[in-house]
Design a protein around this ligand. Structure first.
Ligand code: MOS
Length: 717
């Protein structure tokens, strides 16, 4: 339990001391209710019907037989749904994905496109009727295959700049003593959060209320208001407990269709996505194909660096997986070129997922650096240290703080890196080949404008209200500790209420920016409240409330390259007879700002590293070219690392208080995955002498690639 000092004035600060989750008891006892299980009187249930063709047009939705089925109340589709507004830019600066604006036309841009919502008295009746609904399509040929050099690829328009370039790349490559030119691919990956999407919509006295599972209640509120042309103040979104998000839980088809149905029927309607439906409607990480060219001087210093990435998006929405962005902040070279390209295919819209850009991008560039280290005969850590840039390689801006070298030093010491024989394929344990690998990690450290309300209650306790989201990160607990310190009280005197858009504008739980953004607002409100209390003799029964807004403070921040860093280490065992790869141990050392709650921070970082193991070895959503849909879109067919796959894994951090943040925070949501897959892949190379450039490193790929190399040199997979 808590190890903080009780009492009205904590002697020590609460920040930095391990604290169990404040809602932990509610979660383990089942008292915490999730969006799909909160009871409502008179609740009706909607079930989405998704297209079975990958491209074409809806010719007919045969509603009559289904409307006669038990319990069925209505069937919404493009022929009867209200028209929505799509002409707006959302609070994150992005236009709406038309996939969420359901039933607006008869076009079908991908397999799994929402074509109808069947609403019934019970979930079972809705499902029965949805499965019986006959939809007739006109089918057109489709293209769902992402291939390098796709003729329709173009520079991304929605993630600027799409391309950066300095120096003469070809000339510097020609002048290099060591050159790496390699392609890397990562597959389609699925968020696979535990709790699928769920929303209940109802009208309450002229106000729309949506109880939802999302990463930002005010985000979903503002999108729904814009889409349905409602005044923002007449929409309230609540999202108290969330069973994981990983980037998937923004505005989706389930909230919009629930609002449509609740409006049409005049009663509360709940729409829950099935696991299978999340594969197409929850977004996903686009597959990437990346090309890296590195040229280096004899000592390994980079003369040329090129990182090109291509990802797929849907016909209706451009989403960029900005994998080439890593090179823009991590490594400099005299000639430097990066490009993020996209291609529109007949596939669902991808979205943000677990370090979008950095996760696949770091796999490619950190593996390429490992290849360069071998060619140059330089230790992989030393190679990175020799290439530490003075300023942002593309921006030219100074770094806020860059403690990558400290992470490598501490990590190498603890992992035992100094004892490593750099030659591959030299260590054995029975039938297992053993190898170790390392990779660097970085992730942006940002903050976005937020507001918070902090109330001094008459009984001496405090209430914090902020539209934060705790998607399993421990954000609610972190904010409790931060507020306690800012109010100079103990955590048990502070009640933090989150997940209600009525609390006002705030950053989402995303971009690893949630806790930092919210903490800033809470700290500002608490500081002003303490000033007010200093000149107050008695707190009135309604309490004293202060509201903060960090817009001006954030606007005054100097422009810098602001990032977290990390060093990842992995040891793997490879059975070349079965193709099995086991990660035996893993260590991540991070410089990620001040750590608010060591207990949940460690969870976050180990969780991210586990994603990395999963990305390296297991995760792959496979699309069938003929149908355009997935093979086995469920957690049986889509493999994520489970307990048996997760080895002795440790995460720790070096001292790295951010001097420009009131609490010293940088953010730890996503950095744990960055570089983790590369560390595993680099270890597989060290174990076997075979370089795997396509993820995941499946047993069949190990088997296909480990044929003895007659030349005796390192083979390429
Ligand atoms: Mo994260 S992919 O910004 O939820």
């Amino acid at each position: 339990m808590t190890t903080t000092t009780p009492g009205p004035r904590a002697v020590r600060g609460a920040v930095g001391v391990a604290h169990t989750r404040v809602e932990g008891r509610d979660k383990v006892t089942g008292a915490a209710r999730y969006a799909g299980e909160i009871p409502h009187p008179d609740l009706a249930h909607g079930w989405l019907v998704l297209s079975t063709v990958a491209r074409g047009r809806i010719l007919d939705v045969d509603t009559a037989p289904v409307l006669g089925m038990p319990g069925v109340l209505t069937v919404l589709h493009h022929g009867n749904a209200p028209r929505l507004n799509l002409d707006y830019v959302g609070m994150l600066g992005t236009p709406p994905d038309p996939t969420c604006a359901v039933f607006q036309h008869d076009g079908v841009p991908f397999a799994g496109w929402p074509v109808a919502l069947v609403v019934a008295e019970t979930s079972e009746e809705a499902r029965e009727a949805a499965e019986a609904l006959v939809v007739t399509y006109e089918r057109e040929p489709h293209d769902t295959a992402l291939v390098a050099g796709h003729p329709d690829a173009y520079p991304a328009a929605s993630h600027m700049p799409a391309e950066t370039e300095k120096g003469d790349l070809e000339e510097r490559l020609a002048a290099s003593a060591h050159v790496v030119d390699a392609r890397y691919t990562t597959p389609e990956e699925q968020h696979s959060m535990m709790e699928p999407h769920a929303a209940t919509a109802r009208w309450d006295g002229g106000r729309l209320e949506v109880v939802d599972s999302n990463q930002g209640a005010v985000w979903v509120q503002s999108e729904l208001a814009a889409m349905f042309s409602l005044d923002a103040s007449s929409v309230r979104v609540r999202s108290e407990h969330i069973g994981g998000g990983f980037g998937s839980k923004g505005l989706r088809a389930h909230q919009v269709s629930a609002v449509m149905a609740a409006t049409a029927l005049g009663r509360p309607v709940r729409v829950v996505l099935t696991r299978r439906q999340t594969f197409t409607l929850g977004g996903y990480r686009s597959p990437t194909t990346q090309r890296i060219r590195l040229g280096a001087a004899p000592d390994g210093r980079l003369l040329a660096l090129e990182h090109l990435s291509l990802n797929q998006t849907s016909r209706v929405y451009e989403f960029v997986e900005p994998s080439a962005g890593v090179a823009r902040v991590m490594y400099d070279a005299e000639a430097h070129r990066t490009a993020n390209h996209v291609v529109r295919l007949d596939v669902p819209s991808p979205t943000w997922m677990r370090a979008p850009g950095e996760a696949p991008g770091s796999f490619a560039i950190e593996a390429a650096l490992d290849e360069l280290a071998t060619r140059a005969g330089v230790d992989p850590i030393e190679l990175r240290l020799r290439n530490e840039p003075e300023v942002g390689p593309v921006s030219g801006l100074p770094f806020g703080s860059r403690n990558l070298a400290a992470c490598f030093r501490e990590g190498a010491r603890r992992f035992g890196w100094a004892d490593r024989d750099p030659r591959p394929g030299t260590r054995r344990d029975g039938r297992w080949l053993l190898g170790t690998g390392t990779a660097a990690a970085s992730f942006g450290a940002g903050a976005a404008p937020s507001t918070a309300l902090v109330t001094a209650e008459a009984d001496g306790s405090f209430t914090v209200r902020i539209t934060a989201a705790d998607i399993g990160t421990g954000a609610r607990t972190a904010l409790t500790l931060i507020a306690a310190d800012a109010l100079e009280t103990a955590p048990d005197r502070v009640r933090v209420r989150i997940g209600d858009s009525d609390f006002g504008h705030a950053m989402i739980a995303g971009g690893s920016m949630g806790t930092r953004s919210w903490a800033w607002a809470v700290t500002a409100a608490a500081a002003e409240l303490r000033e007010r209390l200093a000149v107050t003799t008695a707190v009135p029964p309604e309490g004293i409330t202060v509201r903060s807004d960090t817009t001006a403070a954030l606007g005054a921040l100097a422009r810098k390259e602001r990032h977290s860093y990390g060093a990842q280490f992995a040891e793997v065992a490879v059975d070349t007879a079965t193709g099995e790869v086991r990660v035996r141990r893993m260590l991540g050392v991070f410089a990620a700002g001040r750590i608010v709650n060591p207990l949940t921070a460690r969870n976050q970082l180990v969780g991210g590293m586990t994603w990395g193991i999963s990305m390296a070895l297991h995760e792959e959503a496979v699309r069938d070219r003929d149908s355009g849909g997935h093979y086995a879109p469920d957690l049986a067919g889509y493999h994520v690392a489970t307990h048996a796959d997760v080895p002795d894994i440790e995460a720790d951090w070096v001292d790295d208080h951010d001097p420009d943040d009131p609490v010293g925070i940088k953010g730890i949501g996503e950095i744990g995955i960055v570089g983790a897959a590369a560390a595993v892949a680099n270890a597989v190379w060290h174990a076997t002498g075979v370089r795997h450039r396509d993820l995941p490193i499946r047993p069949d790929r190990i088997l296909a690639a480990t044929a003895p190399d007659p030349a005796g040199g390192a083979a390429d997979a």
